[in-house]
Write a protein that binds this ligand. Sequence first.
Ligand SMILES: [Zn+2]
Length: 118
Amino acid sequence: MQTRIEALYKLSQSKFRSSFHLKEKDKLYVEEKGMDVIRRHACDFVRNKLADSYPKNDGKQTPMKGHPVFIAMHACACCCRGCLNRWYHVEKGIPLTDIQQEKIVNLLMLWIENEMKK
Ligand SMILES: [Zn+2]
């Protein structure tokens, strides 16, 4: 299992994944809400959009904008079960465990933390 740092390094080598960044208004939103609230949102999105064995609209369930966590999900290849499978070998057709969900949330939050420093 790779660490979050290794995962972020690998993502930074992908032209597509590294093209995602938080915009000014996303950063303002994060500042306004605070990291704890953003983390709760991330947990909700991961649970609702990824955790089912066959998520609804899989492949298209994560909008390209509208919430900082959505951007993070694309940047981290945690946008759909196809990307989770390709990038992290997460098996399709099986619900995500709590631990898997937490790992995804941790990765998304680290990405957001790094973006906030830019
Ligand atoms: Zn995807």
